[in-house]
Design a protein around this ligand. Structure first.
Ligand SMILES: [Zn+2]
Length: 140
């Protein structure tokens, strides 16, 4: 990894070299090991760029070459291509209450289907009976 002198470790998600910068707030921020040039934006626009000493600034990553403010490090989560995939929420196990409700719905559906089947059978039987009666009437 000659291209990334001083990297600390590799991202466990995507395998890219990263460095840890302790921010002025005391938190460890994983950053891309490759520094980027930045241009101080002078307002609230721009992205966070960190320095090794933990200070950071909002800056633009593009500008006139002669006005470049310096180089710094970007948080790795911005460029990590694998982390989000890993963090995708997994299918959660339904709670017992949800299972109970689903069971209840299934039972009600089955009961309704059975009722409808019985009703259909009954209608069919009545139709047959009516037909038979009509045939008998015709005989007399
Ligand atoms: Zn990564």
């Amino acid at each position: 990894m000659a291209d990334y002198p001083g990297y600390d470790t590799f991202c466990r998600y995507c395998g890219k070299p990263i460095i840890f910068i302790r921010t002025v707030n005391g938190k460890l921020m994983p950053c891309d090991a490759t520094p980027v040039k930045y241009w101080l934006s002078g307002d609230k626009n721009g992205v966070m760029v960190y320095q090794r000493n933990g200070t950071y600034a909002r800056a633009l990553l593009d500008g006139h070459p002669s006005a470049c403010s310096g180089s710094g490090y970007r948080p790795h989560w911005v460029s990590c291509t694998e982390r989000d995939k890993d963090r995708r929420p997994k299918e959660r196990k339904p709670s017992p209450a949800v299972l109970q409700i689903r069971e209840q719905i299934a039972k009600e559906r089955a009961a309704r289907a059975a009722r409808e089947a019985r009703a259909a059978e009954k209608r069919e039987a009545e139709d047959k009976l009516r037909e038979a009666e009509e045939r008998q009437y015709r005989l007399f």
